[in-house]
Design a protein around this ligand. Structure first.
Ligand SMILES: C[S@@+](CC[C@H](N)C(=O)[O-])C[C@H]1O[C@@H](n2cnc3c(N)ncnc32)[C@H](O)[C@@H]1O
Length: 356
C-alpha cells in the first residue's frame, strides 16, 4: 500500500514525539555491552516459540538457491507456501513476507492476538504455520558433504545466515538444501542459547549445516571458514538489532565473505513501522533506534540508508524496496501499518575501477 503525505507526516510526528526523552548514557552503554546477554535471556524465555518460520523466503529471495534448484522450488514450494485450513478444511494460500515476521506481538503493547486479518485474509496464528517435522530429514537423498579443513569445505554452494536466532529462516532453507547436492548452510548468532536451539533441532544435520556462536560486531573474531567463499549471505531482521555506529563495519566485513558474484539478501524494519510508533517516551536510544522492555534493541531503516551502507561496502544494488502493508486485528479493531525494507546486493566480479 502507499502512504498519503498526511499519513507520512503523522508518523513522523509520532516518532519525533517518542524520541524526545532519551535513555541515559550509562544505560545505553549497558545495552551495548550486554547485548548478547539480553538476547540470550530472550531465547531462554521464548525458546523457539516466538518467531514463525520464514516460509516466504524462497519467493522473495529465489537467489538463496543454486540456479538449477530455483525453478524447481518455484514449482514445488509455491504449493506448500504457508497455508491455513478454513472452516471446511480446504486450504488457502495466505503466506507473504511480513505476515509472520513477528510470531507473537513484538511491539510494546500486546495488540496482535488470536485471529488476525491481513488485507482481507484472516488466519489463526496457531494454525497457519506448517509444523516443522522430521519428514524431510528422512527424505534427504544427499550424501554427506566430505569434511576437510573446515565445516562445509567440500561444498560447492554455500549460504551464511547471520543472526539466525532459533532457526526460523535456517530450517526452511535446510528443508530444501538437504536435497541439493553440494549445498551447505552456515548459521551464526551471538546468543549461545539460540545456537543451542538450532543445533538440538531434529532437522539439524552437520552434514549440510554448521551453526556457531559469533558476534558479527567483534572484528577480532575469525569466521570458521575463509573469505570469499559464500554464495549467499542472509541478513533477516538482524542489522536492526545492532548499534547504528557499528552497522557499516558489520556489512563491510560480511561483504568480504562473499564470492565475486555472490548475493547479500536483506530484510528488516522500515522507518515508521507501527512498532516504531508504538514506543513510549524514554525508550529511544538515538534517532530511530529504540530499546524494548526486555533490553533488546531495534533500528528502523530507510531505503537510502540501506543503499548507502551496502554500496559503501563495495556491493551493487540489485533490489531495494519498501514493503508497506496494512495488518488488521479484527478482534481488537486495530489497524497496523507495517513497513519493511528489502534489499538484494551483489558483489561485483571485478572490484570497481576508480578513475583518477
Ligand atoms: C530479531 S532476531 C531475528 C532472528 C532470525 N534472523 C529470524 O529471522 O528469525 C535478531 C537476531 O540477531 C541476533 N544478533 C543481534 N546482534 C548480533 C550480533 N552482534 N552478532 C550476531 N548475532 C546478533 C540476535 O541474537 C537475534 O537472534
Amino acid at each position: 500500500m502507499q502512504w498519503s503525505q498526511e499519513e507520512e507526516e503523522r508518523a513522523r510526528e509520532k516518532a519525533t514525539e517518542n524520541s524526545l526523552v532519551r535513555v541515559q548514557p550509562e544505560d545505553q552503554d549497558k545495552y551495548e555491552r550486554e547485548a548478547s546477554k539480553y538476547w540470550n535471556e530472550f531465547y531462554n524465555t521464548h525458546k523457539n516459540n516466538f518467531f514463525k518460520d520464514r516460509n516466504w523466503l524462497f519467493l522473495e529471495f529465489p537467489e538463496i538457491l543454486p540456479k538449477g534448484r530455483k525453478n524447481q522450488i518455484n514449482k514445488e514450494e509455491k504449493s506448500s507456501y504457508p497455508v491455513k485450513l478454513n472452516a471446511t478444511n480446504s486450504c488457502t494460500n495466505v503466506g507473504f513476507p511480513g505476515m509472520f515476521e513477528e510470531g507473537k506481538d513484538y511491539c510494546q503493547n500486546n495488540l496482535v492476538d488470536g485471529l488476525t486479518s491481513v488485507e482481507g485474509h484472516s488466519y489463526n496464528k496457531n494454525q497457519a504455520e506448517p509444523v516443522t517435522d522430521n519428514k524431510h530429514v528422512k527424505n534427504c537423498e544427499q550424501e554427506p558433504v566430505k569434511q576437510e579443513s573446515f565445516p562445509g569445505s567440500g561444498a560447492t554452494y554455500r549460504i551464511l545466515e547471520v543472526g539466525c536466532g532459533a532457526g526460523n529462516s535456517a530450517f526452511p532453507i535446510l528443508k530444501v538444501i538437504c536435497n541439493t547436492p553440494g549445498a551447505f548452510l552456515y548459521c551464526c548468532d551471538f546468543a549461545s542459547g539460540a545456537v543451542e536451539l538450532v543445533k538440538s533441532h531434529l532437522s539439524y544435520n552437520s552434514a549440510w549445516c554448521s551453526a556457531f556462536v559469533h558476534d558479527v560486531c567483534d572484528d577480532s573474531l575469525p569466521y570458521p571458514f575463509p573469505d570469499e567463499i559464500q554464495d549467499v549471505i542472509l541478513l533477516v531482521f538482524v542489522l536492526s538489532a545492532i548499534h547504528p555506529d557499528r552497522m557499516q563495519g558489520v556489512v563491510s566485513r560480511l561483504a568480504k565473505l562473499l564470492k565475486p558474484g555472490g548475493m547479500l539478501l536483506f530484510r528488516d524494519y522500515g522507518r515508521y513501522d507501527t512498532s516504531q510508533l508504538r514506543f513510549k517516551k524514554g525508550r529511544c536510544l538515538s534517532e530511530n533506534f529504540y530499546v524494548r522492555g526486555d533490553g533488546t534493541r531495534v533500528y528502523f531503516f530507510t531505503e537510502d540508508e540501506v543503499h548507502n551502507m551496502f554500496t559503501l561496502a563495495g556491493l551493487v544494488e540489485v533490489q531495494n524496496l519498501v514493503d508497506r502493508r496494512l495488518q488488521v486485528n479484527r478482534k481488537k479493531k486495530v489497524k497496523m501499518q507495517r513497513v519493511w525494507i528489502q534489499g538484494k546486493f551483489q558483489k561485483p566480479f571485478q572490484p570497481p575501477q576508480h578513475s583518477r
